[in-house]
Ligand binder design. Sequence first.
Ligand SMILES: [Zn+2]
Length: 335
Amino acid sequence: MRRSVTYKISFFTTLIVLMNSCDFKYGHHTKEKTQVLCTTGIIAECLANLLPSEKFEIFSLMGPGVDPHSYKATYGDIRKIRDADILISNGLYLEGKLEDIFLQLGKDKPHYMLGDFINDNQLIYQQGQKDPHIWHDVALWSNALKALIQVDEFKGYANSERSMRYLSQLDSLDNSIQKLINSIPIKKRILVTSHDAFSYYGKRYGLEIAALQGFSTLAEFGIGDIKRIRELVLKNEIPVVFPEHSLSDRSMRALLSGIDQSQLKVSMGEQLYSDALSTVDEGSHSYILMLSNNTNTITNGLSVKHKDIENRSVSHFKVLESSSPLRNVARNLSI
Ligand SMILES: [Zn+2]
């Protein structure tokens, strides 16, 4: 019990520091500072925590909740890409066609891809393709960010107090996630989601991952996929499956409709944030909050004891949630 309290406090401290540090823009920019254009809000927010705001203006093409797999560049985006001084993308084909546009329009300016800073043997492959969801392994992502800020354009700030502080927060986040996932009974560490975005998370923190769609949201799912996941859920008595924030919960509803609830009670869990930050109101508007909220949601959902499943309802989740580290943060901040 004492150990549990200790790591929740550490989680709490990390989150407190983070809440004041989000400093990037979705949208237009001025020319007074070096303009750094990132594809996703996740990249932009992390970079804004590493680089000084008086020198760099960092912004993201994709807004909150936008699915990067299906994103199509607008005419306005083309202009922003041309106007930027430095381009940063995730790479590994996360951004689909946008990646090609970056490569074409970015020929005359520095363009870096986070995926390029990760060794091939650390990447996850599926049917010969590289899984692009590298940010869900905090240690891997932190190392890629660390390598990114060593490039010529940023390296003057690589060892700044600001960047060292943020990287240290990411270390704490990584440890806190591991401790919380370790609190889930081993047999219950199976995460069922809509699309296959959490393989890096599962590999790093010790969860088996099962998804209806492949690692692109553009992939379709079929009856065979539903049957495969349903058998896994029944065999392992998985109490909850998780929809994703930027996707329809259609696939999860299809899965649940195929399970005889008199045989096993399986619930729809809270949404996970897989491929994009949320709006400020939704509370997952920074990388650290996104990973923290996901971990709380997963831990609360999968830690439900079997005897509780019978009477499980939305209110049951509220009881569990109120004792989570994130809720404690919210409560303490409001005092
Ligand atoms: Zn994805």
